[in-house]
Design a protein around this ligand. Sequence first.
Ligand SMILES: Nc1ncnc2c1ncn2[C@@H]1O[C@H](COP(=O)(O)OP(=O)(O)OP(=O)(O)O)[C@@H](O)[C@H]1O
Ligand SMILES: [Mg+2]
Length: 332
Amino acid sequence: MRKLAIEPQYAIEVKGLRKTFGKGENKVEAVRGVSLQVRKGEIFGFLGPNGAGKTTSLRMMVGLLNPSAGNVIILGKDPKEKQNQDFIKEKIGIIPQEVSLYLELTVEENLWFIANAYRVPSADAKVTIDKLISDMGLEEKRKALAKNLSGGMKRRLNLIMGLVHNPELVLCDEPTPGLDPQSRVVVWEYIQDLPKQGKTVILTTHFMEEADRLSDRVAIIDNGEVLVLDSPKALKKSVGEGDLVEFMLENTEKDHLEQIASALREFNGGKAIQEVYISSNRVIMRSKDVISNLSRILNHIEDQGAEVENMAIRNTTLEDVFISLTGRALRN
Ligand SMILES: Nc1ncnc2c1ncn2[C@@H]1O[C@H](COP(=O)(O)OP(=O)(O)OP(=O)(O)O)[C@@H](O)[C@H]1O
Ligand SMILES: [Mg+2]
């Protein structure tokens, strides 16, 4: 009877992953017990501040770094076993955080170097390389030496270097620092398109907007631990429903701000406003129905003898989720 090959359910599974660097006084617990599964065909985001353990986790997840403890399974295979290593290497494309190019080679020579290293047949490599160069808007620079590219162009080339061998699993460590807003959108759209080509993407970022826009699911990581893991929508919903309204108040002392905040908590019997807190000189509130209550809320604030200097209504962000979990901002 023919044996059926069982397709692995997940692109990557990790269990109890830990990494400790150094000893004694220099000991750093970079990753402290991370367990998760990356589904095939999703964009999985790691969001966390500098030093949270994103790159270390990622490097262990692709077999580039040995864990101090825990297990990794990549496309159903254990990277510790020697016979799996070539298979894994071929299936994974790594886009490193530090731009890594052959500076004395041209743009297209850099890409051909990778194609040759992976033994991609030349006809396929040509088609792929032409497409990658065009997708990243680097046509005019294809004959330019990598060392003469601008910083943003180097980063765009760095991104496509990891895709020349058509990997099934793409790991992208901080894809957009240093890019101007337009290039950032080009890169975002490019990454968003990868699942349509049947690829799974793992992304790390400390930009909450990037994690929100791109990821199907996000793991928020801090101090080497995953604090929460869910879709951006569910994470934002978890901190409360409705929009946030920030009131900037003129010359208002802390005590007065507290007085205004408690008055808002009692507004309309506490029904219209879900949450009120103070941050520097602002009073921030969450309401499910801002628009219909707004003028009454403004009057209510003025009744407390305060003057609203400025006001902003905004949606909940992943930054609010991070603050609610840690009490700190993502970037401080
Ligand atoms: N090779 C190493 N030797 C010693 N410590 C290390 C090493 N690599 C990482 N670390 C430490 O581990 C912690 C996590 O680092 P990591 O690079 O994983 O963070 P990150 O979340 O990717 O941060 P960033 O957003 O700045 O890229 C940091 O405290 C870092 O200094
Ligand atoms: Mg990093």
